[in-house]
Design a protein around this ligand. Structure first.
Ligand code: ADP
Length: 330
């Protein structure tokens, strides 16, 4: 893959070989990537996909080392994943590396936007105080706002409740050329809805299959889906809630209802474990991100996005013939 598609970190080459410096994450590169498939056929008929893209149908979701990708068909036990993990990385190094990953994302986004053939959907889920807002701010800083939409999903409106549960999410999926960000997502309908008993058990249980079908529809229509679960420990949540109470500038973030929700910690962990296990598919795998350390979380997520975008290999459309010879009239 050409280096002009983005800057690489020292020691990190796209074919997995070691380059000019140590890559502390190199070892985990050997893991077989998950694949997302996009169907170019319908797009080719519409004539909107550059012919060169025909060979780029298998899109690997390249989880950065330190992230735990849930193997499709297996069960993830979240209590066995160390939320405190930092991959042995140095904090200052990771902050600098984050800046480089952001530059890669920004350069690749320009190509994705110009190509206008496919899209990228980033899904963020976490328990309260898990860091969704902070991650989105840190990782997507520098992205052209015209090429990005962020959708936050709250308690559904009565109009939304009058439709099937996926309706409001489908309406916000990114169009061609766009990066879409879901701050909470269709997974709320098997998480909070389950924990609070908002629908009968049989209803939320049937949703795993519908979610898998929905994500297959998206990926086969040209949307690459990366799903991040920000995994924090119960102690870390306590610290973050206390920090919000102690700091007047953070009061706006504090909702007394969070204290009530905290009592359901175990029920939420169970619901997350089930959702991640039931809905990790080869085309849209779940990625569990150790998230107690914000700097580690931000770096590995940014790198995953940059690497996956690079694997998509978005290309500028071919220029019209003879454009270089054109003269702009005085
Ligand atoms: P956030 O915590 O994401 O910053 P809010 O504090 O406004 O934003 O919380 C949004 C609330 O909406 C959460 O309590 C979440 O559980 C709830 N919510 C989101 N989706 C649904 C849903 N489908 N059904 C019920 N509640 C939902």
């Amino acid at each position: 893959m050409s280096k002009k598609h983005g800057k690489h970190l020292p020691g990190h080459s796209q074919d997995g070989s070691v380059t000019d410096g140590p890559d502390r994450h190199q070892a985990a590169r050997a893991r077989a990537p998950s694949t997302a498939v996009w169907a170019g056929a319908a797009d080719a008929i519409a004539g909107t996909v550059p012919a060169a893209l025909g060979s780029h149908r298998q899109i690997p979701i390249l989880a950065a080392p330190g992230i735990v990708a849930v193997e499709p068909g297996t069960r993830i036990d979240l209590s066995a994943v160390d939320a405190d993990a930092d991959g042995g990385l140095d904090k200052l190094w990771a902050k600098d590396a984050l800046g480089q990953e952001r530059e890669r994302i920004s350069a690749l986004q320009e190509r994705l936007y110009a190509e206008r053939a496919r899209s990228l959907l980033l899904v963020f889920q976490a328990i309260d105080t898990g860091g969704k807002d902070g991650t989105i701010r840190a990782v997507l800083k520098g992205v052209n706002p015209q090429g990005c939409t962020v959708s936050s999903f709250k308690v559904p409106s009565s109009d939304e409740l009058d439709h099937d549960f996926l309706w409001r999410y489908h309406a916000k999926t990114p169009g061609r050329g766009m990066i879409g960000v879901f701050n909470r997502s269709h997974y709320e309908d098997v998480l909070v809805v389950r924990v609070k008993g908002l629908v009968p058990d049989a209803v939320w249980q049937g949703r795993y299959r519908l979610i898998n079908d929905f994500e297959r529809l998206l990926t086969e229509s040209g949307t690459v889906v990366i799903k991040f679960f920000l995994h924090i420990s119960k102690d870390e949540q306590k610290k973050r809630l206390e920090a919000r109470i102690a700091d007047p500038e953070k009061h706006w973030k504090f909702d007394p209802a969070d204290l009530v929700e905290r009592k359901s910690w175990d029920a939420y962990q169970q619901a997350f474990s089930d959702a991640l296990s039931q809905c990790s598919s080869p085309h849209a795998p779940w990625l569990v991100v150790p998230a107690n350390h914000k700097w580690f979380r931000n770096y590995v997520i940014a790198r995953t996005i940059a690497d996956t975008l690079e694997a998509m290999d978005p290309r500028f459309p071919k220029a019209a013939k003879g454009i270089a010879d054109l003269k702009v009239p005085d």
